[in-house]
Design a protein around this ligand. Structure first.
Ligand code: HEM
Length: 242
């Protein structure tokens, strides 16, 4: 077993542990944070079922972003939809045999790689070209975009420029999941791709990428507009009243 395989195996276990533990801790923190005020963005649904439907539209269609800014919406949807396809396409490295739906989407997944990088390019350009957005952009905003673009470009590089041994890649990944390590093909692009992916996994729970679970905890989206029917009272405030 080469030192390279051992290093990458350990890096991936560490990144997976950080991602899982970080997400659990963050979601617990969100779960326990009281929402002291009734602040749904109106007009808002008046019942729980309506809230669920509104949230589904928000997650699937980015509804509030659509209302706010059409350009950002186009690039955001392009990036996120393409990312979903790319990730689904990648499932073939994690299961044996490959699931039928995953096999079916393989051809579309390739184009999704370009769409993903195109969407990211649009979102990144906005951080330089729109004065107001440039002013509020932080290094971390740029870092997340750079990481995602880096993952996308190295992936496309393997697909179209310098092929890697994808049978070897699959054996390595399956080996990690079964704790039965197999050698990692020593291709520079693959190593860069995997290193950037591991970095993305490790920073995910400590970055703005937390908007993925965060959207479900946003009081302006997950509350029903029913303050006249039910008195809204946060748990800590209820204790004060006793
Ligand atoms: C452990 C996780 C991953 C492994 C083992 C992996 C491996 C690979 C390999 C071997 C390719 C080349 C495919 C080919 O030649 O047919 C590829 C392509 C690609 N990867 Fe990954 N990758 C991983 C995670 C990711 C993640 C998280 C993203 C996105 C954030 C990503 C984005 C891409 C893109 C855009 C392509 C090019 C389009 C495609 O072939 O689907 N990869 N990846």
């Amino acid at each position: 077993m080469s030192a390279l395989t051992v290093i990458f195996a350990l890096v991936f276990y560490a990144a997976t542990a950080l991602l899982a533990a970080g997400l659990v801790a963050k979601i617990r923190q969100y779960w326990r944070t009281p929402a002291p005020l009734k602040i749904p963005t109106t007009p808002a649904p008046v019942r729980g079922s309506g809230v669920a439907w509104r949230m589904a539209r928000e997650v699937a269609l980015f509804e509030s972003l659509f209302k706010a800014n059409k350009w950002i919406w186009v690039f955001a949807v392009l990036f996120h939809a393409a990312l979903l396809l790319v990730l689904l396409r990648h499932l073939r490295y994690f299961t044996e045999p490959v699931w039928a739906p995953v096999a079916l989407i393989q051809p579309f997944g390739i184009y999704a790689g370009f769409a993903m990088v195109g969407g990211l390019a649009g979102l990144w350009a906005r951080r330089f070209l729109v004065d107001r957005i440039r002013y509020i952009s932080t290094y971390s905003d740029h870092l997340m975009l750079a990481l995602l673009v880096g993952v996308g470009l190295t992936g496309l590089g393997m697909k179209f420029v310098a092929h890697t041994d994808i049978v070897g890649v699959k054996a390595f990944i399956l080996g990690l999941t079964y704790f039965d390590w197999k050698p990692l093909p020593a291709d520079p692009l693959l190593m860069l791709h995997l290193l950037l992916v591991a970095m993305l996994m490790a920073v995910f729970p400590f970055s703005k990428l937390l908007h993925v679970p965060g959207v479900f905890f946003s009081p302006t989206r997950n509350q029903a507009d029913d303050p006249r029917e039910h008195r809204h009272i946060a748990p800590w405030a209820a204790q004060l009243e006793k």
